[in-house]
Structure formats: structure tokens, C-alpha cells
Design a protein around this ligand. Structure first.
Ligand code: CDP
Length: 229
């Protein structure tokens, strides 16, 4: 790809719309950094669950312990891994017991500010694609290119269900669907940085599109934006 000035690309959207997979592919094509902000909320949730012997979230305790949460990304053998206090937690954070608690923790404004500060630091030299729920609205409102991905909840549940089949932490389709509906509601209804389309974001309904089709659509939109910079 021709040399352009680096920009910030923000991808927001509902769970299991393919945000992270597409962001990863786009970052390879553009030679940009990719940060999956959801994995940071997941790592913080794992930290919070471990604070309590019964794995219960205690917001007061979490707020007091924020400075003990050290999250880092490292690329090892071309795979991006996430480390929580020097432990590789990339696999653990995808397990249902974390997934089903993360939106509760993501409501805590103090935790959000703590993570948003770190996310902003990743973007200080631009050349970044970040995906999440509040990237175009709160983390990088100045992003030159913004997307908002939506899809029918059954399509998303099927996608997540099939993804889980290759792993040892499977849930039934009904459980996956229920968990997505609950998470969507918590993410859109929360007071602190709710999930919503950022001003100027391109909304894409991915329900009837393959990941390749979504990727092509997004890449051509990004190229248009790059030509303006
Ligand atoms: O991969 P999936 O779409 O299932 O979710 P994720 O991107 O890993 O995010 C997990 C959860 O973290 C979301 O359901 C939100 O509750 C929270 N999150 C958030 O509040 N803000 C972000 N920027 C990213 C994730």
C-alpha cells in the first residue's frame, strides 16, 4: 500500500460481530498496530474475580486495586498475546466464567477511566486500529475513520457457538444466545460510555455478509479516508 500519513481507525459494535478478527486482518494489510480493547476489560475482569475467593465481583475492592492491574500486549510467533501482571491470560479470558461477568465490571466508571487512559497511550503515534464499544465515542473521538458493526443476535450467537466448538469451554447454543442478549443490554444501557454509534461512523450490518465481504468493504472505506490525509 502507498505511503500515507498514519491515521486512527476505531471499530465499535456488538459482541460477536467479527470486530477483532477483521481488525487483526486490516492491521496486517495496513501495517498498523491492533488493540482489542475488549481483551483489556476481560483481563481486568479476571483480575477482579481473583480478588475474591468465591469469584464474586466487589466494585469497591476493584477500584482500590486498580493500580495493581498491569496489562501488556506481546507478539510471540506472530500471535498477539495479552499479559496480566506478567501472566499470559489470552486463553483464560475467553472462558465463559469471565465472559459472563465482564459487562458488569465494564460499568464501573473508575475502571473505564483507568483503561481508557492506557488505550489513548497506545494511539499516541497513530497507525492504530482499536476495536471495542466506546472507541469512536470516548477513546478516540478524533479518529479519522470509524465503523459501527451490527448484526442480528441469532447470527452472532451461532457464530460464537461455532467458535467455541474447537475449544474445551463449550456452552449450549441457548446459553450463548442468552449471554449475548444480557451483555448487549448491559453494554447499551450503562450510564458510563454506553455502546452507541459514534458521530460520523460507517454503520455496517454484517448479518448477511461473510467476514471477507466485511473486510473488503472496510478496507475500501479506509483507503478512501487515507487518500484524504
Ligand atoms: O469479543 P466480544 O465481542 O464478545 O467482546 P469483547 O470485545 O471481548 O468485550 C467484552 C466486554 O467488554 C463487552 O461486552 C463490554 O462489556 C466490555 N467492553 C467495553 O465496555 N468497552 C470496550 N471498549 C470493549 C469492551
Amino acid at each position: 500500500m502507498a505511503k500515507h500519513q498514519k491515521i486512527i481507525i476505531a471499530i465499535d459494535g456488538f459482541a460477536a460481530t467479527g470486530k477483532s478478527s477483521i481488525a487483526k486482518r486490516l492491521s496486517n494489510s495496513l501495517n498498523y498496530i491492533h488493540i482489542d480493547s475488549g481483551s483489556m476489560y476481560r483481563a481486568a475482569t479476571l483480575f477482579a474475580l481473583r480478588l475474591d475467593s468465591k469469584n464474586k465481583l466487589n466494585p469497591k475492592k476493584i477500584i482500590q486495586s486498580l493500580s495493581e492491574i498491569k496489562i501488556e500486549f506481546k507478539t510471540i510467533k506472530e500471535k498477539q498475546l495479552i499479559f496480566l501482571n506478567n501472566e499470559n491470560v489470552s486463553y483464560e479470558i475467553r472462558k465463559p466464567y469471565v465472559t459472563n461477568q465482564v459487562s458488569k465490571l465494564a460499568k464501573i466508571p473508575e475502571l473505564r477511566s483507568y483503561l481508557v487512559k492506557k488505550q489513548k497511550e497506545f494511539g499516541k503515534n497513530k497507525g492504530i486500529i482499536m476495536d471495542g464499544r466506546d472507541i469512536g465515542t470516548i477513546v478516540f473521538p478524533e479518529a479519522e475513520c470509524k465503523f459501527f458493526l451490527v448484526a442480528n443476535v441469532e447470527v452472532r450467537a451461532k457464530r460464537r457457538y461455532f467458535e467455541q466448538q474447537s475449544k474445551d469451554n463449550k456452552e449450549t447454543y441457548e446459553k450463548v444466545l442468552k449471554s449475548l442478549i444480557k451483555r448487549d443490554k448491559l453494554d447499551t444501557d450503562r450510564i458510563s460510555s454506553p455502546l452507541m454509534k459514534a458521530k460520523g461512523a460507517l454503520k455496517i450490518d454484517v448479518s448477511d455478509l461473510t467476514l471477507d465481504e466485511v473486510y473488503d468493504k472496510m478496507l475500501s472505506y479506509i483507503k478512501k479516508k487515507l487518500n484524504k490525509h
